[in-house]
Design a protein around this ligand. Structure first.
Ligand code: CTP
Length: 389
């Protein structure tokens, strides 16, 4: 593919040469368009050396109409890093330099942006409005989309890693999910004890929502079955069913699975529920202790593994403390899965509630892919990319 890499003036511009190198290595032809500020962070010589072509940065260089010839040449435009400024310019239809002019001229062709900016700036309503506007025009945003995901210790919004941007670029070609239907389970389940109490867990649903988003962005129709969570999602291809208990999740998941091409079960389902649910608030029982009688919930993943037909892909999650990979591999075989995503318990910043995660993806045919600590959105893209490659 012929790709134009647009570079704007953020500190993450130093990662642009690595992105160019990865794209070239993957067999793409690359040309760079940089703003004047970008060239403060990364030199023209570096970009010209890695891309093997002159840099387009001066709209007014004599006799040049490169925004037209580059627009005709390029099959995709990737802006990495994308500052609030360039996002705002596109949203406002402003073309006052080489890159912003190219971006407007490029309308109608695929554009991807990898935002990177200070967290306060990212959270500003004007920036959020502009991002939403660009997305509604079909411009894809790669990397941290939620403000909190973008915030590192320094308070500076981190750009998605070049490998993930490169993956996202190639996804359009590789993903086979366009037009397919996928089931995703997310969040915790609540198992009622009485009219005001339940047994639950700390799952936030963030991983499952990120997976639904990644599949939806890749063109799949997604059935998102989620337990109680504060998250909201608005996507034309994602249909959300909110449930409370494991049995309700089981009913919803088993109903849609036969009509799906695949399923990713990321929910933290309670293995047990109280055998009885009182319809009133249980009273204290003097100073005596209290015993709850628990019965086992149905295993949704194992059930779908039994139902699975040859064309379907089934992906489960695992959280193991000992012999992690061996146990995960066993679970994969026992439950008839195609992939299992092993959550790391050893790493700070991975798992429940937090915005980041670190996973190892094991496949039925013995392949193994390990991620560094990434935002859940980036992990979601990695998972979707791996299971559909
Ligand atoms: N899962 C499910 N239904 C259940 C329990 C778990 O669909 N009733 C799914 C989760 O969504 C996740 C995977 O199973 O994809 C997690 O498995 P794990 O938590 O490791 O639980 P178990 O398979 O029950 O294994 P263990 O024996 O370790 O408890």
């Amino acid at each position: 593919m012929k790709i134009v890499v647009g570079i704007t003036g953020g500190i993450a511009a130093y990662k642009a040469p690595e992105l160019v190198r990865l794209l070239k290595k993957a067999g793409h032809e690359v040309r760079c368009a940089a703003t004047g500020h970008a060239l403060e962070f990364v030199t023209r010589v570096t970009l010209e050396t890695v891309s093997g072509a002159p840099i387009y940065s001066d709209l007014f260089a004599s006799g040049r109409t490169e925004h037209i010839s580059l627009k005709d040449w390029g099959e995709m435009l990737v802006v990495a890093p994308a500052t609030a400024n360039i996002i705002g310019k596109v949203a406002g239809g402003i073309a006052d330099d080489a890159l912003s002019t190219l971006l407007l001229a490029f309308s109608g062709k695929p554009i991807i942006m990898a935002p990177a900016m200070n967290c306060e700036i990212w959270a500003h309503p004007a920036v959020q409005r502009n991002v939403a506007l660009l997305k509604s025009w079909g411009i894809r945003m790669v990397g941290p989309e939620e403000g909190e995901l973008a915030c590192g210790v320094s308070g500076v919004g981190r750009m998605a890693e070049p490998t993930l941007i490169a993956d996202a670029i190639c996804q359009g070609e590789r993903l086979k999910v366009k037009g397919e239907r996928w089931l995703v389970t997310a969040g915790p389940t609540y198992e009622r004890i009485d009219s005001v109490r339940f047994i639950g867990n700390y799952s936030s649903g963030k991983m499952g929502f990120a997976l639904a988003q990644a599949l939806g962005d890749a063109g799949a129709d997604v059935e998102l079955v989620t337990g109680p969570t504060s998250l909201s999602i608005s996507h034309p291809r994602i249909h959300r069913t909110s449930i409370e208990s494991a049995r309700e999740m089981y009913a919803a998941a088993t109903e849609v699975f036969p009509h799906c091409n695949g399923a990713i079960l990321s929910a933290a389902v309670a293995d047990y529920r109280p055998s009885e649910c009182a319809d009133h608030k249980l009273k204290k029982n003097g100073s005596e202790g209290m015993h709850l009688d628990l019965v086992q919930n149905p295993d949704i993943l194992a059930t779908l593994g039994n139902m699975k037909t040859s064309g379907q892909t089934l992906v489960g999650f695992a959280l193991e403390t000992d012999n992690e990979e061996a146990n995960a591999q066993r679970k994969l075989e026992k439950k008839n899965l195609d992939y299992i995503v092993l959550n790391s318990l050893r790493d700070k910043g991975a798992g429940f509630g937090v915005d980041t995660n670190k996973v190892t993806i094991l496949s039925r045919d013995g392949k193994r892919r390990e991620s560094p600590l990434l935002s859940k959105k980036e992990v979601a893209h990695l998972i979707v990319e791996t299971i559909t490659a």
